[in-house]
Design a protein around this ligand. Structure first.
Ligand code: HEC
Length: 198
């Protein structure tokens, strides 16, 4: 009797381990994770071509070659969320609702909603008080951050979302399409001599 029970326990444990390994492998196949980009790929990410006014343009080819990871993949969005806190973005942009800097949730983009425009804003700065971050982080981190900022300002919820907040949520979660929910509030923190008037 005892032997039978331990046999089934062993079979159960073996099955659990097999399922665990299979799901880890499937997860990796779905989203293989490169912990460090090849240097040529990383420097390729710097090669965005912007319109002359610094708004909109074409992402670099390496971005497409990588499969547009910074907009859609949960790992990169989570990294972006951490960088957003670590590099002091909340000091001016709050939880995304703005403050000294513009809101990312109100549906208004002074410099365009495309990921290249957001990357350019973070990398090169913007004239009315947005500091450039190109010397403070890698280009890959700038793309991760841009993907996160774009996600919190998205109208339609994205499938992938970063992890939950450790603190209390102060706004709709990233995968709830907060821009749509908060759009009625109108623009916040727009510099008086530019941007739309509500
Ligand atoms: C010292 C305050 C300050 C800090 C810190 C700051 N920003 Fe900004 N940011 C601004 C201001 C002000 C603007 C608007 C600039 C303008 O209108 O020319 C802005 C604009 C932007 C824009 C363009 C928004 C649009 O509507 O097109 C993005 C994207 C952005 N910031 C992201 C970030 C990120 C990410 C961080 C953290 C790495 C950050 N900012 C840190 C002040 C700041």
């Amino acid at each position: 009797m005892k032997r039978e029970i331990s046999h089934s326990n062993v079979a159960f444990a073996a099955a659990a381990i097999a399922i665990g390994i299979t799901s880890a492998a499937l997860g990796w196949l779905r989203e293989p994770r490169e912990l460090r980009l090849d240097p040529p790929v990383a420097s390729g990410l710097d090669g965005l071509r912007l319109m002359p006014n610094g708004i909109s343009g074409t992402p670099p080819e390496s971005y497409f070659a990588l499969g547009k990871p910074y907009e859609t993949d949960a790992y990169n969005l989570s990294q972006g969320k951490r960088l957003y806190a670590w590099f002091g973005c909340p000091a001016c942009h709050g939880d995304g609702r703005g403050g000294a800097g513009p809101s990312f949730l109100d549906g208004w983009w002074l410099y365009g909603p495309e990921i290249v425009s957001i990357v350019a804003s973070i990398r090169d700065g913007r004239p009315h008080g947005m500091p450039p971050f190109r010397d403070r982080m890698t280009i890959e981190q700038i793309w991760q951050l841009a993907g996160y900022v774009q996600t919190i300002g998205a109208y339609t919820p994205k499938v992938a979302a970063p992890g939950r907040d450790d603190d209390k949520q102060t706004r709709p979660a990233e995968n709830r399409g907060p821009a749509k929910i908060l759009f009625d509030q109108g623009p916040v923190g727009v510099h008086p001599d530019q941007g739309p008037s509500p």
